[in-house]
Write a protein that binds this ligand. Structure first.
Ligand code: BV8
Length: 223
C-alpha cells in the first residue's frame, strides 16, 4: 500500500505556528503572500529577511504536536511505502520523528548563498547580512521557495511517488500550485484520496474528508 501524504501549515497550527491564511494572517501589516516573493526581496531585502528571522525564532520556541508524531509512527510502519511531502518550511515533522521529509517549499533552517550557491544549516538571523561560511560574501537568503520560484524537487513529486494507492492531504487550503494539483495526479493514477482539515469544503476533489483538528484527526487516521 503506497501512501503519499501532503501537509500544509494547518498541521503545525496547534504547535503555535500561524498558518498563511489565518484570519489575522498579516505580518507587520503585510500579506505573507506579498512578502514571500523575489520581487519583495529585491525591493526591500531587510523586510523580507526580518519576516523569516522572526519565523525562524518562533520555530525555535515551539515543538511538534501529536499529528507530526503520528506521521512518524506511520513512517516506521510503512517505510519506503510512505512518501511525506510538506509545503511547510518548519522542521516539526523531523522533530516529531519523521526521517524522510520532502520539503517542496524549502526550509526555514537553511540559508542559501546567492553568490556561490552553497546551502548551510541556519538557526540565527540573516537580516544582519552575515558572511557566507563558504565564500564569505554577504549574500545569504532564506532557503525557501518564494512565489514565482520553482519548488524543490517538484519533478520527483509529480512522477513516481504520486503513483500511489492513497493520497492524503493534511492541513492545507489547496490554493498553492503545483502542490494543489497533486490530488488530481493521484486520482489520475487511480488512488483513493482523503482530506484531513479543520474546515472541509462542501465540494471537494477528495473522495473522503474528515473535519477536525490535526492533533485529533491524524492520530485517529494513522491508528
Ligand atoms: C511555481 C515558502 C512554476 C515560503 C510557499 C494563478 C493560478 C494558479 C497558480 C498560480 C497563479 N499565479 C501564480 C501561480 C503559481 C503560484 C501559486 O500557486 N500561487 C497561488 C497563490 C495562486 N505558485 C508558485 O509560484 C510556485 N512555483 O509555480 O513555479 C513551476 C511549477 C512546477 C514546475 C516548474 C515550475 C511556488 C509556490 C511556493 C510558495 N512558497 N512557502 C514561506 O513559507 O514563507 S507557499 C506557502 O503557502 C507555504 O508553504 C504554505 O504551506 C503554502 C500553502 O498554504 P497552506 O499550507 O495550505 O496554508 P494555508 O494557511 O493556506 O491553509 C491552512 C489550512 O490548514 C487551511 O485549510 C485550514 O483550514 C487548515 N487548518 C488550520 N488549522 C488547522 C487546520 N487543519 C487541521 N488542523 C488544524 N488545527
Amino acid at each position: 500500500m503506497r501512501v503519499v501524504v501532503l501537509t500544509g501549515a494547518g498541521i503545525s497550527a496547534e504547535s503555535g505556528l500561524p498558518t498563511f491564511r489565518d484570519a489575522d494572517g498579516l505580518w507587520e501589516g503585510h500579506d505573507p503572500m506579498t512578502v514571500a516573493t523575489p520581487e519583495a526581496y529585491d525591493a526591500d531585502p531587510d523586510l523580507v529577511q526580518r519576516f523569516y528571522d522572526e519565523r525562524r525564532a518562533a520555530l525555535a520556541r515551539v515543538g511538534p504536536n501529536a499529528a507530526h508524531r503520528a506521521l512518524a509512527r506511520l513512517e516506521q510502519h510503512l517505510g519506503d511505502d510512505l512518501h511525506l511531502v510538506t509545503q511547510n518550511v518548519d522542521d516539526l515533522h523531523e522533530r516529531g520523528g519523521s526521517e524522510q521529509v520532502h520539503h517542496l517549499h524549502g526550509r526555514l533552517g537553511a540559508a542559501w548563498c546567492t553568490a556561490c550557491d552553497a546551502r548551510h544549516a541556519w538557526s540565527t538571523t540573516l537580516a544582519d547580512r552575515p558572511p557566507c561560511p563558504a565564500c564569505g560574501a554577504p549574500a545569504l537568503r532564506p532557503d525557501v521557495v518564494w512565489f514565482g520560484e520553482v519548488p524543490h524537487g517538484t519533478e520527483l513529486v509529480e512522477q513516481a511517488p504520486l503513483d500511489c494507492d492513497l493520497f492524503v492531504a493534511i492541513g492545507t487550503s489547496g490554493l498553492v500550485y503545483p502542490a494543489a494539483a497533486y490530488v488530481h495526479y493521484a486520482i489520475g493514477c487511480g488512488a483513493d484520496t482523503l482530506e484531513l482539515n479543520l474546515e472541509v469544503p462542501r465540494v471537494s476533489d477528495f473522495s473522503r474528508s474528515r473535519r477536525g483538528r490535526a492533533t485529533d484527526t491524524v492520530p485517529a487516521w494513522v491508528e
